[in-house]
Design a protein around this ligand. Sequence first.
Ligand code: TA6
Length: 307
Amino acid sequence: MLSALSYNPNMDVQQLTKAFAIQDKLSFRDVGNGFIIIAIDSELCTASMALQGAHVMTWQPKGEAPVLWLSPDAKLEKGKSIRGGIPICWPWFGDHATESTFTAHGFARTADWELVSTSELAGGEIEVVMRLLDTQTEQWKYDTPVAIKVTFGRSLHIELTTTNQSDVPIQLSEALHTYFHVQDVRKIEVQGLDSIEYLDKLDAYQRKSQQGVVCFEQEVDRIYINQSSDIIIQDKVLNRNIHISKQGSQSSIVWNPWLDKCKAMGDLGADDAFLNMVCVESGNAADNTVSLAAGETHCLSVTYSVT
Ligand code: TA6
């Protein structure tokens, strides 16, 4: 049942403000042509989130450098995916398993999600709940509503919940495709993947085993499988660790485009933008595709924190 306050894609900033704003903490902005974002500024953090795709764009705990990376050339336009932040790859990760013409990483990240609720929690965190109820498109014929709950505080907590309301089992692959800000990708280590098997996208998806920490001296594009433990991004220049702790996720994808792909993609902001970002994505992909029985619910959740 839709609550009276559910956002529909036609609500304007004034209507959203009346229904969902939190004085001095959460406001709405139309950044052009009806592309509306949520702006958060609390005692704990600043953040922003696009209604399209329920896309967290920025998150910065007070007193910290930004934790997420957002391209200065990110397109904030209807129907275009946003380069950076946390794109939601759903209901498939990467290229569609059988249809090469289908949108890479699924359609959730450019869909019009509904805003269900905003609230301030006892500890000062700001919680935003959004959902995508109408999931049946020409690329996906199943009734599988998906909801996201984001808790913005000194840590960032995200829950992505899919319910299979169809009467047949579905195959779901997904990822929170998170772009993290680093000072120099050549001077970081991604820890926690030692001895984990991965599919190397840059080598015909050959199966390999990670030796020690992940370092970056060239393009990296790997799907680590059967992997559920915590990951740390150690930034030796910013002298900080970004902690990634997840539930309901058996895969982690590690990606940096490096120079040639960064230039070719053209929306990362500068030829050397790859130096300031790394993707460590928590999801279920490849061997870890989730088979969801009729009526079953699946939740992928992750918490980011900085020390
Ligand atoms: O997660 C890594 C990856 O699949 C890369 O292969 C690259 O395609 C990246 O995602 C970005 O994809 P996008 O569709 O957002 O340009």
